[in-house]
Design a binder for this molecule. Structure first.
Ligand code: JEW
Length: 252
């Protein structure tokens, strides 16, 4: 997978050089390019923002640098992918975006090329997204119902959530099967986890986990998932259709 990120704070994306995502880049599983939007400014002050039309607080990111940056990103990606007609799926973090979910992470992990436009100030001139949508898919994405200062933190989260799903990135691909929000668990929250020592500070891990009885462990984990989901995210339970809840589930 190729990923391009455009930002006025490219150093904000440095954490993507670390850990498993960093290893995925060095092994070639992930081809990630971070670009400084100011590269595409033409004035001596390298200006990327201006006052909002119609008035209001803050500043808006000017369309010209973004249009030039995205055009160059498209050209560079086409050369690297050796696909002259390829276009990236452009993801634009925004408080007004579509909620980013694990299901979306799985969908994005199946794509060959993603590009991220990291806004700052009060956002990017809307015409940038309109023009980009004439070239390929554009999706404004939200991490949640709170406001960040810019798109970089959202990009770190989305890139990590997507890249970890790429084959070969995680040591044990099984670990994405049973985690919270995984399709295989119907999107339930994962059960509590424990490790050695079996008793710590006078607190013992649940006996069933030491029983060696895999079916009982699985049943306990399912019950814990349901209880935790009911307590913390009842909205996720409402989404489960009847077929996904067993008789045992309903008894919890
Ligand atoms: N846009 C905007 C905006 C609008 C009002 C106030 C502050 C901002 C700051 N901002 C600029 C870029 C940008 C990108 C993503 C988020 C973002 C995403 C989630 N889920 N929360 N916040 C915020 C962003």
């Amino acid at each position: 997978m190729r990923i391009d990120v455009v930002s006025i704070f490219p150093e904000y994306l440095s954490p993507l050089e670390l850990s498993l995502i960093g290893k995925a880049r060095t092994t070639g599983l992930l081809d990630l390019h971070v670009h400084d939007l100011r590269t595409w400014t033409t004035d001596r002050h390298r200006t990327v923002d201006d006052a909002p039309l119609g008035g209001g607080a803050g500043m808006v990111m000017r369309p010209e640098p973004w249009a030039a940056a995205l055009a160059d990103v498209r050209e560079a990606g086409r050369r690297t992918l050796e696909e002259p007609d390829a276009v990236p799926h452009l993801l634009v973090p925004s408080p007004a975006g579509v909620p980013f979910t694990q299901a979306m992470a799985h969908e994005l992990a199946d794509e060959a090329w993603l590009a991220f436009a990291c806004g700052r100030y009060e956002g990017i001139d809307e015409r940038v997204l309109d023009v980009a949508a004439e070239q390929g898919p554009v999706t404004p994405v939200s991490l949640g119902d709170y406001v960040l200062n810019g798109g970089e933190v959202a990009v770190l989260a989305v890139v990590e959530a997507v890249a970890r799903l790429l084959p070969g990135v995680l040591g044990n691909p099984e670990s994405v099967v049973e985690e919270s929000h995984a399709p295989a668990t119907g999107g339930l929250l994962e059960a509590p986890v424990y490790t050695r020592p079996a008793t710590w500070e006078g607190r013992s891990a649940p006996d069933v986990l030491l029983s060696g009885h895999h079916a009982k462990v699985a049943a306990w984990r399912r019950e814990q998932s349901l209880r935790r989901t009911a307590a913390r995210r009842p909205d996720l339970l409402e989404r489960l259709d009847a077929a996904q809840l067993t008789r045992a589930d309903r008894a919890v």
